[in-house]
Design a protein around this ligand. Structure first.
Ligand code: ADP
Ligand code: MG
Length: 240
């Protein structure tokens, strides 16, 4: 079966810095893959290359077998949530969630129903008329997730989406993401985190990154129980 996501020798350099060494990685449709690694290991760069926010120095990125390396971000059909993806403060929740649909010139009636559907998916159906400042951090992050879901992305990219939240909220959100995953079984999830607990809770497979390189890849349980490198062992064992 054609993978949902394919990195073929994708590398990214910024001047003298190698942010991502040639990466080969495929993600199956409906799979949740966590990219786990310390700060500066190249996780976000890999995601940005897939999303089209950075241009690869080498290699190709494919979605459902289609080479999208030259496509602009909004033509790739991806939903993206990052820690710093602040909501627009002057727009109500519903307008924030509708934003990506407006950009895609979705008809008004369909926009309205998709906004409702996305907000309900993240448990925020009652908050459509609120402004971001009237929401907690966790609620704002749910709205950011709804905004990404509203376009019905073929792949959802989450880059440390919970790292701004406190520990209790993070736990709630992990449970929420698990529920979401069950409700959207065809949606492929690429989840970037430095938190091994989140990776183990959410992912089918974990890709461990270190110094811009993919150093280990395998089913979450297997990596946890039988890490094949010292680095993975120490990293998965590290308390956070
Ligand atoms: P991670 O997400 O794992 O923390 P990043 O992918 O953000 O790591 O960064 C990988 C490396 O690339 C780091 O050394 C970082 O400083 C560098 N880097 C990332 N983005 C840029 C940029 N726009 N310009 C220069 N260097 C960058
Ligand atoms: Mg990062």
């Amino acid at each position: 079966m054609t993978p949902a996501v394919e990195f073929r020798g994708v590398s990214v350099r910024f001047g003298q810095t190698t942010a991502l060494s040639p990466l080969d990685l495929t993600v199956a449709r409906g799979e949740t893959l966590a990219m786990l690694g310390p700060s500066g290991s190249g996780k976000s760069t890999a995601l940005k290359a897939l999303a089209g926010f950075v241009v690869p120095s080498t290699g190709r990125v494919l979605l459902d077998g289609e080479d999208v390396t030259e496509l602009p971000p909004h033509r790739r059909g991806l939903g993206v949530v990052v820690q710093s993806y602040a909501l627009f403060p002057h727009m109500r929740v519903e307008a924030n969630v509708a934003f990506g649909l407006k950009a895609r010139k979705t008809p008004r009636a369909e926009t309205a129903s998709r906004v409702t559907e996305a907000l309900e998916l993240v448990g925020m159906g009652d908050y459509a008329r609120r402004y971001p400042r009237e929401l907690s951090g966790g609620q704002q992050q749910r709205v950011a997730l709804a905004r990404a879901l509203a376009i019905r992305p073929r792949v959802l990219l989450l880059d440390e989406p919970l790292s701004a939240l406190d520990a209790a909220l993070r736990e709630d959100m992990v449970a929420e993401l698990l529920r979401l995953r069950a409700e959207l079984p065809d949606t492929t999830l690429l989840y970037v985190t430095h938190d091994q607990g989140e990776a183990l809770a959410l992912a089918d497979r974990i890709a461990v990154m270190r110094d811009s390189k993919l150093v280990e890849l395998g089913p979450s349980r297997e990596l946890y129980q039988r890490p094949s490198t010292e680095f993975t062992a120490s990293f998965l064992g590290a308390s956070n």
